[in-house]
Design a binder for this molecule. Structure first.
Ligand SMILES: [Zn+2]
Ligand SMILES: [Zn+2]
Length: 243
């Protein structure tokens, strides 16, 4: 739910009691950038830099290997996945506030970070479509918005790429992934998505947009569906990734 300024109700309450304070450390913001994060907390965001696993984008511990141990053990259906930063504090708090507490003003920060990343990594934007990870309708009703769609809309503003969001749906109300092992997560996600329009992805390049990558089983299941639907290449870009 949104108030008149475009922020969520909780964000409105926060702004009423703590106007111009950093959401993470509480320090006073002398200059508002449109979202409640101070420059000291902003500078603590841990950007993902090489060496990264070429497949799933996880940081590699200074080795000369191309693939991480997950990608050596399992094969993912996407061609390449990347995330802007690690899912650690203070970025984690920002994403959490955006997703669960209605701090929608963070969309401008996230949009900026995603667009900067795509600017530096052109291979990820040489695609025919942007596809935000679909939410199951029940989850959508509960949350009121799809966070991945908001992120994809921000990317669309920078690069004018076509965005498809209604053509793929989530058909399985999957269990929360927290607490599940990697193999269980993959099993939990199997057959979770369905393409409504046949041939839409035939021979196309797609960039899946997600908020947080953990096991990558959600984007893997979606990639499998897209590849079955004829997609030529499936790439993934997320805001954050677990280690
Ligand atoms: Zn701060
Ligand atoms: Zn990997």
């Amino acid at each position: 739910m949104k108030n008149e300024e475009g922020g969520g109700i909780l964000e409105g309450i926060f702004n009423f009691f703590l106007p111009q304070h950093c959401l993470v450390c509480g320090s006073y913001l002398s200059r508002s950038r449109g979202f409640p994060l101070c420059s000291a907390c902003f500078s603590r965001i841990e950007y993902l830099r090489s060496p990264l696993c070429v497949k799933c984008g996880r940081p590699l511990p200074g080795s000369s290997a191309l693939l991480c141990h997950h990608c050596r053990a399992f094969s993912f259906h996407f061609d390449s996945a990347r995330a802007v930063a690690l899912y650690t504090s203070p970025f984690r708090e920002c994403i959490h506030a955006f997703k669960y507490q209605g701090f929608t003003s963070f969309r401008s920060l996230f949009g900026e970070l995603l667009c900067e990343y795509l600017e530096k990594n052109p291979f990820l934007r040489e695609v025919d479509f942007l596809l935000p990870v679909p939410l199951h309708p029940a989850r959508f009703i509960e949350r009121g918005f799809n966070q991945s769609l908001i992120l994809a809309e921000e990317i669309k503003k920078c690069f004018s790429l076509p965005l498809v969001s209604k053509e793929v749906r989530r058909v399985k109300p999957t269990l929360p992934q927290v607490g599940l092992r990697f193999r269980e997560r993959r099993k939990n996600m199997r057959g979770a998505f369905e393409i409504k329009e046949n041939n839409l992805f035939q021979n196309k390049r797609v960039l899946i947009v997600d908020d947080v990558l953990t096991s990558r089983s959600t984007v893997d299941s979606l990639s499998q569906t897209l590849k079955k639907g004829g997609a030529k290449e499936v790439l993934v870009l997320a805001l954050a990734s677990g280690k």
